[in-house]
Structures are given as C-alpha cells and as structure tokens.
Design a protein around this ligand. Structure first.
Ligand SMILES: C[S@@+](CC[C@H](N)C(=O)[O-])C[C@H]1O[C@@H](n2cnc3c(N)ncnc32)[C@H](O)[C@@H]1O
Length: 209
C-alpha cells in the first residue's frame, strides 16, 4: 500500500466512529463532528499545541484551524483570526468556541488568504499544513483529504507567496511540517519567494497506528 493510500484509508476509517464525539483536551470541552479533520487519528495538533512558540499579546492568524486556535485565544493571544476552507470545520470550531466561552477568536471560511481582509497584519501566521505530497493531478475525494494532502505543493506555494503581505514588520510565518514532508520542495518555494527559513522546534509524537 502506498503512503497516500494509507492516509486515505486512515481518513476513511476515522469516519467510521460514532459522531458527534466529545473530547476534553487542554482544559477545553470539545465536540468533533463528521468530515472535520479527525483529532483522534491525526495527533500532530497536540505536538504543535504543546510546542507553540511564545504568543502572549500577539495577533495571530491560524489557517486550517482546530484546537490550537482556541487554546491560543484562551491563554494569552491578543487576538486570533482563524480560517478554514472546510465549511464543516468552520461550523464545528464556532460551536467549540461558544462551548468554551472564548470570545477573542474570529472564525471564518477562507481558501488560505482569500477572505482575510486586505491590510490586516499579524505577528504570527500559523498553519498546521497538509504536508503529505501527491502528484499535481491528484484529485480529492472530499474535504477531509484537503486536510492531509497537498497535490504538487500548490497550497504551500500560495501560502508562502501571499503570506508576507499580512505580516507586521517583525511578524513570522510558522509552518507545521512533517518529517515525511518534502523539505526539498519547501526550500525551493522559500527561496523563490525570497524568504528565510529556520527550524523553530522539532520533535516526534505518538500516532494512532
Ligand atoms: C493538517 S489539518 C490541521 C487541522 C488542525 N489545525 C489541527 O492542527 O489538527 C490542515 C487543515 O487545513 C485546512 N485546509 C486545507 N486547505 C486549505 C485551504 N486552501 N485554505 C484553508 N484551509 C485549508 C484543512 O481543512 C484542515 O483543517
């Protein structure tokens, strides 16, 4: 079985659970609904949440949201704008913000920066990016696959090319990138956009398989 087939199979299996699911993580009371990127099966969010660099009093934009945006908003970010392309993820995150009384987070649907108000500036722009590479002609079966796979790394190209315009003078783009991701393509895209990259933190986390 190829790596892409394995990921597809894991995404399908994740939807065989009973929904809605209730979780308590990092002191938050969460509901997880169907066709939302499955937190129990893909645990990278936990590592990113535990290893997020200092964010107190920062203006943050999170692309492709989940638990991190709620926790950052609750525990010290000045403001948090969070967006996702998946309308069910938007509805589910609005529901979780309300359940936990989190008010300093704005949640919108957006294809990367398309609906981010022009002129907005952020200290940190974060994306736990769908770093599994597929050929450019790969076709998604559903929104779940968008959460895990980036055909031709086109989303990454857009994210890095368009992101700088939304940064404050000392702002940073923070990219969640897996050890099985294509470093060579990342380096090429970083150089093509005249950016500089450093590894802020790296580590391993337990997976469900
Ligand atoms: C790896 S998941 C991360 C989800 C969550 N932040 C977490 O850490 O578990 C990637 C997320 O990016 C979203 N996404 C994929 N393509 C997108 C796009 N073009 N614009 C906005 N969000 C996108 C997916 O819907 C998914 O929620």
């Amino acid at each position: 079985m190829s790596e892409l087939d394995r990921i597809r199979a894991k995404l399908r299996t994740s939807q065989q659970r009973t929904f809605p699911r209730q979780l308590r993580e990092f002191g938050l009371d969460l509901i997880v609904r169907e066709v939302v990127f499955p937190p129990e099966d893909f645990q990278s969010w936990r590592w990113f949440t535990e290893n997020f660099p200092p964010f107190a009093r920062k203006r943050i934009l999170e692309i492709g949201f989940g638990l991190p945006c709620l926790l950052l908003a609750k525990t010290g970010a000045l403001s948090l704008l969070a967006c996702d392309i998946n309308p069910r993820a938007v509805a589910n995150t609005l529901e979780n913000a309300a359940r936990n009384g989190i008010e300093n987070v704005e949640i919108i649907q957006s294809d990367i920066f398309n609906n981010i108000p022009p002129g907005s500036k952020f200290d940190i722009i974060f994306w736990n990016y769908p770093w599994n590479f597929a050929p450019a002609n790969f076709e998604f079966i559903d929104d779940l696959e968008r959460g895990a796979i980036d055909p031709g790394y086109r989303q990454l190209e857009r994210f890095l090319a368009e992101g700088r315009a939304f940064l404050t003078e000392r702002g940073k783009i923070l990219l969640g990138f897996g050890t099985n991701a294509r470093d060579d393509l990342l380096e090429r895209i970083v150089a093509a956009n005249d950016l500089k990259s450093v590894i802020v933190r790296w580590g391993t986390y337990r997976t469900s398989t």
